[in-house]
Design a protein around this ligand. Structure first.
Ligand code: ADP
Ligand code: MG
Length: 596
């Protein structure tokens, strides 16, 4: 869940956050304008009803209207009530529609902004936080901009108009009637503030329950193997009780809100009956005025409550908006400013010059003084776990900016090449194979939307997974994920690899892409990779040495430093780590032991 912001948050970012929605008001101004006009229609009709009541009662009393004349007044009231219904339909449609459009637009803005940000950002924010932004926070912005806006305008119009009608009847009586009402606004503000806090707790507990159910079902095998069913059930039960506890508190506060406001309104009514009744007896006001006055008084109750409610709504909406704004104002460390260099069609060298790198918040340094030149062919990067192989891949894939030293592509500084251009030149199969909940064909074709099924199949064949795909009931149209086919680690790796290779990008980076495939498949994949590397630069990391033995160039990375460079037989002769691991991995019995 999103952390609640410090209550002392300064107001400037909140004002800045408003800049986020102002253009949306401008974009949909017609909708907002007519929505408010319809709202005015509702208010006008509502205000006129007590006037009609007054006229009919005073007419009755003076004997000026006959019974059938009453029918006319009745019809007028029905007409006004119809007007209320019609106008209300319109404003709801227009303004609530506006708030949904606003929600959609901000969500799209947020989403496309997230796609632009680099990995540094995603290390600072959890997925849960980002999900909360686009669900809870956006919902409270939507509520404030829709219902909140309407309630605020309505409350102001109604208060002013009702007051004018009341003052018109009798100023003194108005003053007396109003005296308890500020209390109502205050009570509503306090109670609805409490309500919100409790309600957030309910939501939080609910998401805990969902998360627990999800992870338990996901890890069902573990639960069974460790016989943890009873504990899990007890935990679940505990969360369920918490949920009920919080939900009951919400119900209690909600139950308090209306009786309390009723009490205040009736206190005010008491004053009017005593003072106003006396005025009517003394003929200072007519009976019709007296009754109309009471109707107006009841019309003030809602606006007074609305003011308290809206104050909370706006506060919450603004806080959420500034949280969204904070993400929208995050700049990617990778940006295109000053990226004027264009990328040549064919890439024939990548040069790393005195490259240093560390992640923000990393203890010590990730990469030290790496200098190296890559040309078309297979480049193998080996080294123990944690030595920095993936880090180097990240920099080559430009997931992080180069800050110290440089990477030159055909002699051009990578930081000066437009990001989009470079991305088109690089294919990257990350260490953690990520697959979308989509068909297998869509997953392989992700980087090449124009690829034909034939090309996709040929690529799958090349990485040795075609036959396995054909064994799934849906073949290439099988969906991957919870409701579709479940894939083994090796299958995921090969699909991710096929996706990268299908792009035919001049630079291919494969980070530990063979760790979960068997020896036979590995050889087949290496043939495809070697073929790819005849015209392209292929960078491949592995902690198993055998598949990389044929690499044109091999580098050993230890603790962020390049400790050896050369071909397989050279490294066997000169690098202790390489020799030791190679012997361990190839000796009979030691077999395919992990190098790490
Ligand atoms: N995002 C990160 N933030 C901070 N430190 C990291 C991050 N990713 C990796 N590291 C650290 O950088 C070092 C190199 O990691 P990595 O490049 O993944 O090694 P390898 O791929 O060789 O196993 C490790 O010490 C690791 O803990
Ligand atoms: Mg790694």
């Amino acid at each position: 869940m999103s952390p609640s912001p410090p209550s002392s948050a300064s107001t400037t970012p909140k004002i800045q956050a408003l800049a986020l929605i102002l253009p949306l008001f401008r974009r949909y101004w017609l909708r907002v304008f007519f929505g408010i006009v319809a709202l005015l229609g509702v208010d006008l009709c509502q205000l006129l009803i007590p006037r009609v009541i007054k006229l009919s009662i005073d007419g009755l009393k003076s004997g000026a209207i006959l019974p059938h004349g009453l029918f006319r007044y009745g019809l007028m009231i029905v007409g006004l009530a119809l007007g209320v219904a019609l106008f209300r339909y319109f404003w709801r449609n227009l303004i609530l529609g506006f708030s949904r459009l606003l929600e959609r637009d901000i969500r799209e803005q947020l989403f496309s902004h997230l796609l632009m940000l680099d990995r540094t950002f995603f290390q600072k924010r959890t997925i849960g936080e980002l999900m909360a932004l686009s669900s809870n926070d956006l919902a409270s912005v939507q509520l404030a901009a829709g219902m909140g806006l309407i309630a605020a305008i309505d409350a102001i119009i109604m208060t002013v108009a009702v007051l004018m009608f009341m003052i018109y009847i009798n100023p003194t009586l108005t003053l007396i009637a109003l005296s308890p009402l500020p209390l109502l606004a205050l009570l509503t503000k306090i109670l609805s503030g409490r309500l919100h806090k409790r309600f957030s707790l309910v939501q939080e507990t609910f998401s805990n329950i969902t998360e627990m159910a999800r992870s338990t079902i996901n890890a069902m095998r573990l639960v069974k193997i460790y016989s943890r069913e009873e504990e899990q059930t007890a935990n679940f039960d505990r969360l369920g009780r918490q949920y009920i506890k919080h939900a009951m508190r919400v119900a209690i506060i909600q139950g308090l809100l209306f009786p309390v406001s009723g009490l205040v309104a009736n206190g005010s009514l008491l004053l009017i009956v005593i003072v106003g009744g006396k005025m009517a007896i003394d003929n200072l006001i007519t009976i019709g005025d007296f009754i109309a006055f009471i109707s107006y008084l009841f019309m003030l109750v809602w606006p007074m409550m609305a003011i308290g409610w809206v104050a909370n709504l706006f506060q919450r909406g603004l806080t959420s908006l500034s949280r969204i704004q904070a993400v929208l104002s995050e700049q990617s460390l990778l940006h295109d400013d000053g990226c004027s260099a264009t990328l040549p069609a064919s890439i024939n060298s990548i040069e790393l010059r005195a490259l240093n790198f560390s992640y923000s918040g990393q203890q010590g340094q990730g990469l030290h003084d790496i200098s190296l030149t890559l040309t078309p062919g297979l480049f193998g990067l080996v080294g123990p776990t944690g030595s920095g192989k993936s880090t180097l891949c990240h920099l080559l894939a430009r997931l992080y900016p180069v800050t110290e030293g440089s990477i030159l592509i055909n002699g051009v500084d990578l930081n000066r090449i437009a990001i989009k251009d470079y991305r088109q030149a690089v294919a990257y199969a990350p260490q953690e194979a990520f697959l979308f909940a989509d068909t297998i064909a869509a997953n392989i074709g992700f980087g090449r939307p124009d690829a034909t099924l034939k090309e996709i199949e040929a690529q799958a064949e090349a990485v040795g997974i075609h036959d396995e795909i054909m064994h799934f009931k849906g073949g290439y149209t099988s969906k991957i994920g919870e409701k579709g086919v479940m894939l083994s680690g090796g299958q995921r790796q090969r699909i991710s690899l096929a996706r990268a290779m299908l792009t035919r990008a001049p630079i291919l980076i494969v980070d530990d892409g063979l760790s979960a495939v068997d020896a036979g498949t590995e050889q087949q994949i290496m043939r495809a990779i070697l073929e790819y590397s005849q015209t392209n630069i292929v960078i491949m990391t592995s902690h198993r040495l055998a598949p990389l033995a044929q690499a044109a160039q091999l580098a050993v990375l230890e603790d962020g430093r390049l400790t050896a460079l050369g071909q397989h037989h050279e490294l066997l002769a000169k690098n202790d780590y390489y020799r030791a691991i190679y012997q361990k991995q190839t000796e009979p019995g030691g077999g395919e032991a992990d190098a790490a």
